[in-house]
Design a protein around this ligand. Structure first.
Ligand SMILES: [Zn+2]
Ligand SMILES: [Zn+2]
Length: 368
């Protein structure tokens, strides 16, 4: 059988399409036909500067995918030909005795020293077909959607899962609470919709650029959502929006910039949870961003919590699957407008559109 694979030759390079042979899945394996892939900001970073975790080039990128099960190997009972599945990016190491990733492990496979990720160590979905190994089929991250579910939504399982990991690591920090989202890109827009679904009391969306802030407020806003411009008065303006509370309950850093880690601690009050969701890295690697915390007065007496999640385990994947399946994010399709839909033959244009300041979610269609 023919497999169309797009190889990115090098950072800032070009995609070369190649027809390769793909065989039948072995025992416990499944073969997938890619249906849709959405473009992550990490794909844009990989395109522009590469990634230390990608050890060899050319590389097959793209990890946000929904696929149709195309063939199943002997002994597979979880999936059938024709099933629509969504996939996560962080994947187990494949060692069945691993205390993180194995069947009796904790499931925290992002903590495993040998953790792998799709589009990094494991080939991504810039290809028409893929065979998943037995351990991927067995342990995940792969979930099946109900018949007739929209593949455009299913491919957004992964970014949604990552955000939900951050929003649920600490109990009771969203429902009936004041939520501040720093940045108005796709991760904040997913978080906004999740916070609405989780019945946040108020959501304060903070962004520098007015265009994207207006787009998100217009398409996703409601009576409980306000926008605040990120200027020199951002801290006092956000705190004013928290009234009659003195502080927000949850602050999520979704802007991958050092400035966000200067603003976020200034919003910490009584019982505030800070989720450092977006990491900061540049050409020189990952900078040290220091902040002094009083472990007694801030952490103990004021109950502050500084936490982060990156990537997702089955916890986030299951929550995202549930949110999508139960249509808890009814406006999610508005994240992808007509200028954000591409065919796989336009993969380069799709990556560059995802890099635009006003873009939310670019989706690539793999149907013939
Ligand atoms: Zn992603
Ligand atoms: Zn492991």
């Amino acid at each position: 059988m023919k497999n169309l694979v797009y190889y990115l030759d090098q950072p800032v390079g070009s995609f070369q399409a190649k027809d390769e042979a793909i065989g039948e899945p072995g025992p416990g394996e499944i073969r997938l036909k890619t249906s849709k892939t959405s473009v992550c900001q990490s794909d844009v970073v990989i395109y522009n500067v590469g990634l230390p975790r990608i050890k060899s080039w050319p590389a097959i990128i793209l990890h946000e995918a929904s696929c149709i099960v195309d063939a199943v190997g002997e002994g597979v009972s979880k999936f059938r030909v024709g099933d629509l599945v969504g996939l996560g990016c962080d994947i187990p190491c494949g060692d069945s005795s691993c205390i993180y990733c194995g069947p009796t492990g904790t499931g925290d496979w992002t903590s495993c020293p040998n953790t792998q990720a799709t589009g990094h160590e494991f080939s991504g979905f810039a290809r028409s077909h893929a065979i998943l190994p037995q351990w991927f089929v067995e342990y995940g991250p792969i979930v099946k959607f109900q018949d007739g579910f929209d593949a455009n939504r299913a491919c957004q399982l992964e970014p949604l899962a990552c955000g939900l990991e951050g929003m649920t690591r600490v109990n009771n920090c969203i429902e009936n609470r004041i939520v501040v989202l720093l940045g108005a890109g796709s991760q904040s827009t997913y978080a906004l919709q999740c916070a609405q679904a989780m019945k946040a009391r108020k959501i304060i969306l903070v962004n520098r650029g007015i265009d994207r802030l207006e787009r998100v407020l217009r398409d996703f806003g409601d009576d409980n959502v306000v926008g605040v411009r990120w200027d020199e008065n951002v801290v006092e303006n956000v705190l004013a929006e928290c009234k009659p509370f003195n502080e927000p309950h949850f602050v999520m850093v979704n802007a991958p910039v050092a400035a966000a880690y200067e603003v976020a601690p200034k919003l910490m009050g009584y019982g505030t949870v800070l989720d450092g969701h977006a990491g900061v890295k540049g050409a020189d690697g990952k900078p040290r961003l220091a902040h002094e915390i009083d472990l007694n007065n801030d952490i103990h007496y004021r109950l502050q919590c500084y936490q982060a999640t990156h990537g997702s385990s089955m916890h986030g994947i299951r929550l995202a699957h549930q949110m999508l399946s139960e249509n808890k994010l009814p406006k999610i399709d508005l994240m992808t407008n007509e200028t954000e839909k591409f065919h796989h033959t336009e993969i380069m244009a799709a990556i560059s559109r995802a890099a635009d300041k006003d873009s939310l979610k670019v989706i690539i269609d793999w149907e013939d």
